[in-house]
Structure formats: C-alpha cells, structure tokens
Write a protein that binds this ligand. Structure first.
Ligand SMILES: [Fe+2]
Ligand SMILES: [Fe+2]
Length: 197
C-alpha cells in the first residue's frame, strides 16, 4: 500500500512538472514566433512600428525570464532582485506600448520610418530553450541585456531632442545596469558564500 501511495505521489509531481514546462513553453511561444517572422524579413528593412512591436516582445520575454529565475534561486535577496528586474522590464514594455499606440507625441518619429540596420541587428537576441541549465539562462540574460542596451541607445540616437529620446537613453542605461546586476547575481548563485568559509 505504502509503495503504491508513493508512486501516486511521484506521478502527481511528475504531471505537475510537465504541466509547468508546457505553460512555460506556451508563454515563450509568442516572442519566438515573432522572432522567426522577423528572420524571414531580414532582407528587407524594418519600420519603427515593427521595431517597437518586437522590442515590446523582447521586454515581455525578459520579464518571463526574471520571473522564472526568481523561482529558481533560493536566496531571498536574489529573489527580490529578480522581482525588481521583472518590474523594470514591465515599465519598459508600458512605455513602448504607449509610444506604439501614439500616446506620446513629444519627440515622436513617424511609425512608418524605415530604421537603420544597426537597430535591426540589436533585435537578433539569443532565445531561451527549455533544455538550458541555470548557468546558460544567466548567460542568455546577460547577452540579451547587452543587446537591449544597444537597441535603446541606437533608437535614442535617431530621435530628436525631447521626451522620447530622453526616455530611450534612460532605458538604455537601465539595461546596462541590468546586465551588471545579472552578472553579479550569477556570481552569488554559482559561488554562494558559506558560513565561516
Ligand atoms: Fe528592458
Ligand atoms: Fe533589462
């Protein structure tokens, strides 16, 4: 009887894990689909409208990444750090959505403007895969933050002086901070300090 109970509990746990994995994949599906659409369009240039749409998806994926990492780390300080990172990515997403939907006028460019290839290159960021271990996920996050920093800096450069340029520069600076922060969090996770060590 005891053995059969244990098996049932193990089966239940296994089912839960598989469902979590499926949910995770489903969440990642949207950004991955858009990214592959963009790859098909790589020969042609992208408009500002298309770049903003894809940048929004990158922000959504970054937020998922940090929500996921928050669940995987044990230290309370690291959990809080990932919570803040996820919140900041959501703020970036909100700003981009407001710009995309024409809610910000000051210093805005035409959505149909064809942007420089340097900006399009920054959208080519590594994607998460379910088989990655935690070290690979951290490495991926660092690389994505670097690419995001470059993206917003290049976007700021094409905007005239004004509100949008200013916010793009602020976001670029934040993404660089995120990169450094994720690197330091990785050190904490990979080489945790031991008492009396
Ligand atoms: Fe961001
Ligand atoms: Fe970021």
């Amino acid at each position: 009887m005891i053995i059969s109970f244990e098996n049932a509990a193990a089966r239940e746990l296994c089912k839960k894990l598989i469902q979590e994995e499926r949910n995770h994949k489903a969440k990642l599906k949207v950004p991955m689909m858009i990214s592959s659409t963009r790859k098909m369009n790589m020969v042609s240039n992208l408009t500002l409208h298309e770049v903003l749409k894809e940048a929004i998806q990158k922000e959504v994926l970054s937020r998922f990444l940090y929500v996921g990492l928050r669940q995987r780390v044990k230290n309370a300080g690291s959990k809080e750090a990932f919570h803040i990172l996820a919140e900041q990515e959501e703020m970036h997403q909100r700003f981009l959505e407001d710009y995309l939907h024409g809610k910000i006028k000051e210093g805005a460019l035409s959505p149909g403007l064809v942007v420089d290839y340097k900006i399009v290159d920054c959208l080519d960021q590594p994607e998460i895969s379910p088989t990655m271990d935690i070290k690979e996920v951290f490495n991926l996050a660092v690389n994505r933050e670097k690419a995001s920093h470059d993206l917003y800096l290049n976007l700021a450069a094409i905007h005239p002086n004004g509100y949008i340029k200013h916010i793009m520069e602020d976001i670029a600076a934040q993404e660089l901070e995120h990169k450094k922060h994720v690197e330091s969090l990785y050190v904490e996770v990979a080489f945790p300090q031991t008492n009396g060590g």
